[in-house]
Ligand binder design. Sequence first.
Ligand SMILES: Cc1ncc(COP(=O)(O)O)c(C=O)c1O
Length: 427
Amino acid sequence: MSYAGADLLADASWDWSDRFAARAALGGGEVTAILSLAGSPDTITFSGGFPAPETFPVDLVGPVVADLLAHDPARTLQYTPTEGLTTSRAAIADLVSATQGTRPDPAAVLVTSGGIDALSLLARVFLEPGDQVVVEAPTYLGALSGFAGSQAEILGIPMDADGMCVDELERVLGARPRRAAPKLCYVIPDYQNPTGLSLTVERRRALVQSCRRHGILIVEDVAYRELGFDSAPAPSLWSLGPDVVLQIGTFSKILFPGVRLGWAVGPHEVVAAMAVAKQNSDQCSGALGQQIMHAFVTGGYFPAHLARARALYESRALAMLDALDRQMPAGMQWTRPKGGFFVWLTAPEGTDMARMAARSLEEKVAFVPGSPFYPDGRGTNQARLAFSSVPVDRIERGVRRLSDLLEAELRGASTGPRAGSSLRTGG
Ligand SMILES: Cc1ncc(COP(=O)(O)O)c(C=O)c1O
């Protein structure tokens, strides 16, 4: 027989990476690394932006699925239209209406397989190599690697305590002809990843006006919008400028990521083009997840579910801030988020947080150093701490270990006397 196993194996020594397309090397590695850090059970994991499993509606999902299988199995287990089930699109329109005060036309809602699917569809529709995209600096690194994967040029606009510095964006845009304007402006206005900061109402209005004037589509990522601790968030950018905003939402943080489910809402022609792109990727998002989400929205479960999730995340944020206030060495600064999953740390200039992250892993504490969140490698003295999926007692322990490491590092780096605790900045 010429098909003997030994013959077949003899030539099986290709290194297939020689044959990869150039784009396979663009972007993405950091996200994989972060997801893998979350796997070690004895490590205190401040790295991934993971929702707390305690918020998963375990008691409800079983009965909801049983009911769907009993009464609507053909739809629940079947492919769906690429845009999503009509019922899912209407449920998302209802949810957006309840939380943002304006109801989108369900025909302008695309059901996606999470936020990242919406971002990659959008990149496919808009971006040619060399096109420009504006982002907050720092920003969500999944978006950065997605845009980089399209060979876009990424312009980072600095942030301060009020979110993206829109006047700086206006200055950058004003200095170039309209035909050279960036195509997209990606913003996370509420409890941003990675800083936890939010964009003020005045800046939201200014951003909408500026992008409308320059013909730039705002991509508003509302991943954490419903997870504010005390007050309602400012108006969404989409509600302020539906003509110039494509909103991307996800159920990963507010329901559970085990169904990869999200949405895009915006100008009809953009949503229609994204649906065509989706036909060439996963064709449709899973019906089972859409049906669970629909039952959740129409059953009126979201308000109580979100209230419980917000209370849990607030208790973890407060525990982290309290531990940082008590334990961090002088010279460290950090943000004080009012919602979402993250605290953003800034160490004195010159501190190498990538090296600290490697050291910290040896002490069984994981966090993400700052520079992958910037398009240009800045942020080497910064880091993101996610409190979302860590119980309070482990937050205390993790911050103590991290503070000890930083204290030793800063003491070693300092030539002068160590500042006393009264000089702690508390960011
Ligand atoms: C700002 C932001 N957008 C989108 C996503 C992606 O979420 P999904 O799980 O829906 O793809 C994340 C996940 O961390 C995020 O932080």
